[in-house]
Design a protein around this ligand. Structure first.
Ligand code: ADP
Length: 575
């Protein structure tokens, strides 16, 4: 807009887009509509890639995974109230997984708030339990500063979610270009100040590093555990150095897999119970001692184990009360540990009884699993197709595909069978065990790592949460192959015993069942993608070979025996 008195003018939409672009945002995920459509189109015209979804939930999951994969906040754009509420799924998922995400939502006119305006909600309050910071730009002049603030806070300290509220009236206000320029410059300065403040290595003192090294040196059965916080910190080189100079066995969490290759000779993955049950000192890097690691307690862990925790978040360390806590960035803390070891190196060596015990157990377990995997079982169980998929993924070589995994049995079996050889190549249901993340994660992975193929291995239930986003795959022509393990429902459809099938609605389908033999492959064909229906090893191999080579959106519908697999996967005790 042009205003004759004050020279060229910008409106709020333009200023939001300019602020995002100036402060380093390259991608956005979202669903447009009143009042934010123009924010998206302006952002695109400034060179930001906007990936438009069908549902804010998937867009939010995508933004959270983008934050994890790139180390920069994933930005989610939504409309007011209902859009914001749908987006909470992504924001909260980012918080739970400690991934940086910024949700930006339009909101109703400030003067009409409280009077039942169109799509009215107190969004600042609604997002509070799911964010580190929530701010509202109450005037156009506040926009650049607010954008800088949320982007920075999302990545500082423990990464997480931040929220920015943009009232409709603020998006329609105007400001002169010259004033906007001044505000943008000072926001960029503020951003770099904040970056400097948060770039230290935390509060780690050298005496603590020394203590950590001497605990490891004196341990009889040391173990190095690492998780997605270490992956986020890009600590792979430092971990490799630590493991290889000391000869200490290591155990990745599900998303830590790949920081060091699963095939590494010191990998304790296949001897997990022995490793955690018998270790006497465990250094835990960027992973929480939560349910995924059995809270660090007996009977899974020995009661005398000494934990050394490395985490960016002091509160996390205070919560777990370890033998020793090192608060700081995983990469930097490991660098300090490696430097300390270098002065007086030690290495367990292959013939150390602990290393031998772990590698013997791992070898035995791998052989046991291979014996199960090698059989071609038709109709498919979970193992046979998973082996074929594993081999196809390994056949791609480097850069390795990013694997997205969700479902109960599909994710459990996949975690054990699929092999990760490169960092940050596995995305799964994560800390919250969130189902429905698959398609959003696939899209984020494909745009964050354009040189990698993306392969989703998911249950039919997980796929169904956001199946319409296959249209998004086709629209952007993303190199994503979605493999659906189709067993006709949650845990495999109707598994009720006859005495459970009573009452006036006994003829309804079971709460766990979907239409048997659903044609998920046809869904993507409706939009011009490629679909495959497979039920035998030959059909699956051929579909994988063709779709991996094509690097185009595809859905492979793999028909699984509904009686294969267990209810609730390996979490039966909780259902
Ligand atoms: P996993 O699911 O792999 O076990 P979690 O999500 O439970 O991992 O834990 C990740 C931990 O990593 C969180 O406690 C988080 O505070 C921490 N973290 C995040 N970023 C960093 C970093 N740069 N350096 C060290 N720790 C980090």
């Amino acid at each position: 807009p042009q205003n004759s008195q004050n020279g060229p003018q910008l409106d709020g939409n333009q200023l939001v887009a300019k602020s995002l672009s100036r402060l380093g945002v390259t991608h956005m995920f979202g669903v447009v509509g009143i009042p934010v459509t123009s924010v998206a189109t302006r952002a695109v015209s400034l060179g930001i890639r906007f990936i438009a979804f069908h549902n804010e939930q998937s867009a939010g999951y995508a933004a959270s995974a983008f934050g994890y994969l790139t180390g920069r906040p994933g930005v989610l754009l939504t409309v007011s109230a209902p859009g914001c509420v749908h987006g909470l799924a992504g924001l909260s998922n980012g918080m739970a997984n400690t991934w940086p995400i910024v949700m930006i939502s339009g909101s109703c006119d400030q003067k009409d708030a409280g009077r039942g305006d169109f799509q009215e909600l107190d969004q600042i309050e609604a997002v509070k339990p799911f964010s580190k910071l929530s701010v509202k730009a109450r005037d156009i002049k506040e926009i650049p500063g607010c954008v800088a603030n949320v982007l920075e806070r999302a990545v500082s300290g423990r990464p997480g979610g931040c929220y920015l509220d943009l009232p409709t009236d603020v998006l329609h206000q105007t400001i002169s270009e010259s004033e906007a320029e001044e505000l943008l410059t000072s926001a960029a300065e503020e951003q770099s100040q904040l970056q400097k403040l948060s770039s230290g290595s935390g509060n780690v003192v050298s005496s603590d590093v020394e203590r950590a090294v001497s605990l490891l040196r004196e341990a009889q059965r040391p173990l190095i555990v690492f998780g997605k916080g270490a992956a986020y910190a890009r600590a792979e080189d430092e971990l490799k150095k630590l493991v290889e100079t000391t000869g200490i066995p290591f155990l990745p969490t599900p998303m830590g897999k790949g920081l060091l290759p699963d095939t590494h000779e010191l990998a304790a993955t296949a001897a997990r119970s022995l490793a955690i049950g018998k270790c006497d000192v465990a250094v835990i890097v960027g992973a929480r001692l939560n349910w995924l690691l059995h809270f660090g307690e007996p009977p899974k862990w020995s009661k005398d184990v000494k934990f050394i925790l490395v985490d960016i978040d002091k509160e996390e360390i205070d919560l777990r009360k370890p033998e020793l806590g090192l608060v700081g960035d995983a990469k930097k803390v490991l660098e300090m540990i490696n430097r300390n070891i270098k002065d007086d190196p030690f290495c367990l060596g292959k013939s150390h009884p602990w290393v031998e015990a772990i590698s013997k157990k791992a070898r035995e377990n791998v052989l046991k699993m291979e014996a199960q995997l090698i059989k071609d079982v038709v109709p498919f169980n979970f193992m046979t197709p998973m082996r074929i998929i594993r081999d196809a993924i390994l056949g791609v070589g480097s850069p390795a595909p990013i694997v997205v995994s969700e479902g109960a049995n599909t994710m459990d079996v996949g975690r054990a069978v699929l092999v990760q050889t490169e960092p940050r190549t596995r995305l799964d249901a994560g800390t919250w065990g969130t189902m429905g993340v698959g398609l959003g994660y696939c899209i984020a992975a494909a745009v964050a790592s354009p040189d990698r193929l993306v392969v989703a291995v998911e249950g039919d239930s997980g796929f169904g949460f956001s199946a319409i986003e296959v249209e998004t795959l086709v629209r952007y022509q993303l190199p994503v192959v979605v493999i659906v393990f189709n067993n006709g429902g949650v845990y495999g459809g109707d598994r009720r015993s006859p005495d459970e099938i009573t009452g006036p609605h006994k003829d309804d389908p079971a709460p766990t069942s979907f239409v048997p033999g659903a044609g998920y492959h046809i869904l993507i064909e409706a939009f011009g993608g490629k679909g495959y229906l497979v039920g035998t090893p030959e059909e699956l191999k051929s579909a994988l070979a063709e779709s991996f080579a094509a690097r185009k959106p595809a859905v492979i519908n793999v028909i699984i025996d509904p009686y294969a697999g267990a209810e609730s996967g390996r979490m039966q005790h909780k259902n």
